[in-house]
Design a binder for this molecule. Sequence first.
Ligand SMILES: [Zn+2]
Length: 884
Amino acid sequence: MPSHVFRIALAASYLVLSHPVWAEDTFSLDSVGGRLPKNVVPVSYTIEIAPDVDTMTIKGKESVELQLRAASDTLMFNSLNEKLSEVRLDGKPVKSVASDDEEQLTTVRLTHPAPSGKHTLSFSYIGKIESHAQGLFIQHYEQPGGAKGVLLSTQMEATDARRMFPCWDEPAYRATFQLIATVPSKWATVSNMPIAKRQVRGALTTTTFQLSPKMSSYLIEFTAGDLAQIKATSAGKQIGIWAVRGQEVNGRAALANAQAILADYEDYFGYPFPLSKLDSIAIPGGFNGAMENWGAITYTDQTLLVTPSSTLEDQQQVFSTQAHEMAHQWFGDLVTMGWWDDLWLNESFASWMAEKETEKRHPQWHSKELQDASKESAMLADARASSQAIQKHVTKDIEATNAFDQEITYFKGQAILRMLEAYLGDDSFRSGVRSYIRARAFSNAMTADLWNGLGGAGGKNIPQIAAKWITQPGFPLVTANASCDSAGQRTVTLTQSRFLLQGADPSHERWSVPLQVRVGSSGPPHAILFSEDGEKVPAGRCGEPLSLNADAVGFYRVRYDPKALESNTKAFHSLPAGDRIALLDDQWALVGSGNEPLPSYLALASSMGGDLEVRAWEQIEGALSTIEYDERGAAGHDAFARYARTIIKPAFEALGWDEKPGEPVDVRRLRRTLTRDMGMWGDPEVIAEARKRFDAFMQDHSRLSPDDQSSVLDIVARNADGPTFEKLHGLAKQSKDGAEIRRFYGALMQVGEESLARQATQIVVSQEIPHQADNMRFQLLVLLAPRHQRLAWTTFCDHQEALLGPLEPFGPVVIAQYAPQVFWSGIPMDELEKWIRVHVPAEMGTTVDQGLQAARFKLAEKQTLVGAADTYLQAGARPGHPSH
Ligand SMILES: [Zn+2]
């Protein structure tokens, strides 16, 4: 919390209003979005399933206690690929049953209207086991010894619970669930709730799970297979980690993480974890990411298990994924968004909370600075005219998947929460969160409910400040113009406009911007709420460095006038890390949008010297990599690559090749990043050393730690000939370890030579990739694409099912949003566009536009950057000496 707030003039926008200006409703079933009629509400489900993996079918029996809010002769609910029979209401046959798989609805008509009040709907059904992670799905895998295994698991979010059992599959219909499952007796079973009883009948066993609290259908979980568990307790709750038998020992780190995180969250939320157990289940590959099912979180095995071959990044990924999914046990599960419009209440909060928890438990990872990278990727997406607001309009449940936009729903939302938290102060923010959770526990919420919680905290009008950040796309560029009085005192005049990478904003939107202001190179920042153009702020003495986004906490850009920028550039070396990062981020974006010349950015980048500030370096190497990529095939490429090497060389040399005892983990990561860049940008000495280290590794794998393998292997692969490629390929094929498999195949994709790249694409779609690594196929192709655009594109078009099947239901999003950003540099835009529009549903038009706009920006940016970089280098620039 800033210790002191100072401001002059135009104070009107800062007045705390006595009544909320937020016009939206708080949660009620009647006002919330959704397709199902609100007159019938499920109260309690009993669901019996008997899945059969041989026939890939589910035999089901279901009984639902309903509350009719008014008399009705029709019941409508969701179903997909299910055939219902023996449908009865209160034991009596119904008039008709019609299931429509296109609309994913079943309509039951009654012989007579049923009166309002309680009723019981019952039926039998035959459903389908899916082969991708939607509903109840089958997962094939290979054991390290080569034995083949199979298990069943579920993935319901957003709208796939209806594939396992017919239900009111919208988040506002919270009900209790009792699941009863019959599977082979040798299998273990896990669900949201603990097991109530098991009845063994020869080869089959029926497991009855305890009745759940009232919850949304998308959070239902069921996994069955040859699984084993390790467990512990935390705060009186049983914590379990499940994995394919034999691999449960790799869950030890996750078990310790879960114990720590649960205790921290119970404390932060001031609300105990409401179930008696929390399981985490490692599903061997096949399904993407992790899912926060209440009491039974599923993870793709790579994001839960830590093996001796896991890198530090793998371990960090495990912790932050657990922290994210466990935050959902409160934000999402205990309090669930009313409708998919407000998905940010789940995802932004879980992402923000995960970062906070990571910072608490692992301060040495510097996750706050790392978070800047995800904020930047959100700002990049949000600086396009086609960007959407955090709060999205979702009309139909089956379009809900489109709301899962990583940049905006996750990263932007997370950054906005962090900005608000910094403005309000950590303690006030937490008490607001606590009152929100308390008020909405075991129920649903809308954005207005959150504002109600936060609005009472800290005496600042958070609802008014926050509303626009959530409901309108984009963010402001704050322009600061300084003037000096005769005594040398500086005043800056502030204006704002929406920041766009291309074009101008016709809507003239404005924001209430919580600025964090620091004058000089040290001391705490001061908070200022800036809303009205022309506001004047005192800003220390002329010539002192000035940051209007101290510690890079804000989700806005700042453009300083030339004098202030000059002072900042001069003092760059002495600025606090966060201020330096904000300056680099902003100046790079201003170059991209054509507001500032490239040398203004390069002057900052070349002032780093041998300073080892990790995020600043990662920002710089990202920018240099962009120009290096754009220069490929152009006459100026080699000169630029040489120049880029001279910028990073002082830091690379300060770090050396080998780890030093006691080094912070992010410094170790920086070493690997810069080493890789030096090699990829063609430094002959680095390439020779990488080859030497690779040879030693081939003799004895212990010569290269898991952490160091990728950078060395990537450099070797990039410069590989046929025999070297075969060596790398052999490594990948022989490995039985998930982390190694991803690393070794990933290196293979770095090949430069065209004929080897062709072999690499064949490998990507081949059967040699083990089942549990199916979901990395597309990622592998993305790694290959930068150097071999046409080849990668052809492979992508010809092998959609192999590449995208494992990512379902996100296949169409990948095509619409990511494909243009992967293939923009080699495939003509009209060819890309034509293919994409044919291959995604028509209602995804906005997402396609966003993807194509990103690609068009990259093309335009390439033109600008290549020209600017060539001119700069021809003028004879040296690091530290910008040419003008
Ligand atoms: Zn999430």
